[in-house]
Design a protein around this ligand. Structure first.
Ligand code: AMP
Length: 543
């Protein structure tokens, strides 16, 4: 074995150890559910992480046990990230925006032994408590003074930590051990659990810090808008510890004004969130005459989870000098798989052409490989014009679901079928055109509902748009455009169809336009097309 490299396992505990040793004074700023902002740093956070780890052991948590959180982005939730995984247990971050029945299902399915919750969810937890058969302890993420009385037997997090030592020798174990568990948003059927390992988490973190990844570094102050309950907050808490970035956690306040103010006050350079969040952000800017936007120091914003509208990418760039990194991924890919950085060949392109490239979902980062296949499973060309089923493989792509649900999900060569339909261009950029179950099959050809939706929201009167396929006697399916108009805005069916006819192929034009007050969404803000299809089941397209 002489000469071989050391085989130190890649463990999450090494991230917090690194942060405390090399970036101890780097700030962590957190809004709390009690109200005030907490100012701490990696040194102090690491002490509390050690205390929490001791407390978890005192409560009987052993390696492999599951522990649930139902919480916003706060310093306490970040502490759970490092302490639970650090001792070899598994953190199951549950999305509080799910329906109570889904939360009940997840907590029982994961057999969580402790539930940590934010006081804003006390009512929800009180209602669920009798159904959570495996939960032995409920802990409110607060101090004694704010302990909600309605949750029977709840203890205060700060009391739990108070008497524990603030140093710990982290255990060393196999890096393939599970560290976290997230359930997919489940637009159909029960949510399925995706397990992350220490190894997959650290490899993903290295990628986040690369120059062609998110370029996260010690120079960054990160406004972490994407929730810690949404696929590990896109891996940022781990990567921030790896590179010593400053973390700014907005707690329960995700409105445009609160985010804008936090970004300015904490001199944030980098942020991440789904498109809806940025719509709220710009609405605040538009609704506040005289707002000094020159104080905004953001340099990069990651948008993912749903397609980043071109208009947002453009506005960030033109008005604020912010480069939008459009990223694609899913719970099963930890989540980041492709990122929309530009290549040197694009440097001299006109701004509009660069924005066109940014509006695609990006290209694979090292570690991830992608391909598209046709209906017979054979690989399709990477020429930017054909779309097919998007497949992905790599060391941070799930090989199956928790408890083996859904069986073996990889094919013989290790490819995972994402359920997304996409084009891949010659430079490797992915452009999502649909979910495979949402694609509209018209006369044997595919119409992209996403392309139509993107074109429709380009109309100034359109706030949100959805396109679904409806049965058609001749073409099998034809598109119906469903539109929510901006308050006070007018736009007729004919006007919208005229607008679209200049932007999409003639045979793609929706057969009709329906106007609604709102569209149904999942808990993570994605359009809930199953619900829409149900809603419009008896709708007849004009002959
Ligand atoms: P989830 O596992 O809940 O994070 O959902 C993953 C799904 O969200 C993907 O399979 C895509 O359908 C969708 N998605 C994620 N990022 C993007 C993006 N940048 N553009 C369009 N859809 C996206």
């Amino acid at each position: 074995m002489l000469g071989l490299m050391q085989d130190r396992p890649l463990l999450i505990s090494s991230l917090i150890e690194h942060a405390v040793r090399y970036h101890p004074d780097v700030e962590i700023v957190s809004r709390t559910c009690e109200g005030p902002l907490i100012n701490t740093n990696w040194r102090e956070l690491a002490k509390r992480v050690a205390r929490l780890a001791h407390a978890l052991r005192r409560l009987g948590i052993k390696p492999g046990d599951r522990v649930a959180s139902l919480a916003w982005n706060t310093h306490r939730h970040v502490e759970l990230y490092f302490a639970v995984s650090g001792i070899g247990a598994v953190l199951n971050t549950v999305n509080p925006r799910l329906f109570p029945e889904q939360i009940d299902y997840i907590v029982n399915h994961a057999e969580n032994r402790i539930l940590f919750f934010d006081i804003t969810f006390a009512g929800l937890v009180a209602g669920l408590r009798p159904k959570l058969a495996t939960v032995e302890h409920v802990v409110a993420l607060t101090d004694t003074g704010h302990l909600p009385r309605e949750v029977e037997g709840a203890v205060a997090y700060e009391d739990l930590l108070a008497r524990e030592p603030d140093a710990i020798d982290w255990p060393v174990f196999d890096e393939r051990q599970a560290s976290a568990l997230c359930y997919t948003s489940g637009t159909t059927g029960n949510p399925k659990g995706v397990l992350y390992s220490h190894r997959s988490t650290l490899l993903h973190s290295f990628m986040v810090c690369t120059a062609d990844g998110f370029r996260l570094s010690s120079a960054d102050s990160v406004l972490l808008v994407v929730p810690l309950f949404h696929v590990n907050a896109w891996g940022i808490p781990y990567a921030a510890a790896m590179c010593g970035a400053k973390l700014v956690l907005p707690g329960p306040k995700l409105d445009g004004r609160s985010l804008f103010e936090l970004a300015v006050e904490e001199v944030c350079t980098f942020s991440l969130g789904v498109p809806t969040v940025w719509l709220g952000f710009f609405k605040h800017i538009d609704d506040t005459p005289g707002l000094d936007v020159s104080k905004l120091k953001l340099e990069r914003v990651v948008i993912g989870g749903s397609a980043a509208p071109r208009a947002i990418i453009e506005r960030f760039r033109r008005d604020h000098g912010v480069f939008v990194l459009h990223a694609w991924g899913m719970s099963e890919t930890s989540p980041v798989a492709t990122i929309g950085n530009l290549l040197p060949a694009h440097r001299d392109l006109p701004e509009d052409d660069q924005i066109d490239i940014q509006a695609k979902q990006g290209r694979p980062v090292y570690g991830i490989d992608i391909k598209i296949t046709g209906e017979d499973g054979s690989e399709l060309p990477r020429d930017g014009s054909v779309s097919g089923d998007l497949k992905v493989r790599g060391p941070w792509v799930a090989s199956g679901y928790f408890r083996g649900e859904g069986g073996n999900v990889l094919d013989a060569e290790g490819w995972f079928a994402t359920g997304d339909v996409a084009r891949i261009d010659a430079e490797g950029y992915v452009q999502l055109t649909d979910r495979s179950k949402d694609v509209i099959k018209s006369g044997g050809e595919w119409i992209s509902s996403i392309d139509l939706e993107n074109a429709a929201v380009g109309h100034p009167a359109v706030q949100e748009a959805a396109v679904i396929g409806l049965p058609h006697p001749k073409w099998q399916e034809r598109p119906l455009l469903i539109v929510v108009r901006k308050p006070g805005a007018e736009a007729s069916r004919e006007e919208l169809l005229d607008f679209l006819s200049e932007r999409v192929a003639k045979w793609w034009l929706p057969d009709d336009v329906a106007f609604v007050d709102e569209l149904p969404h999942t808990a993570t803000g994605k359009l809930l097309k199953t619900k829409l299809r149900e809603q419009f089941r008896s709708y007849t397209l004009p002959a």
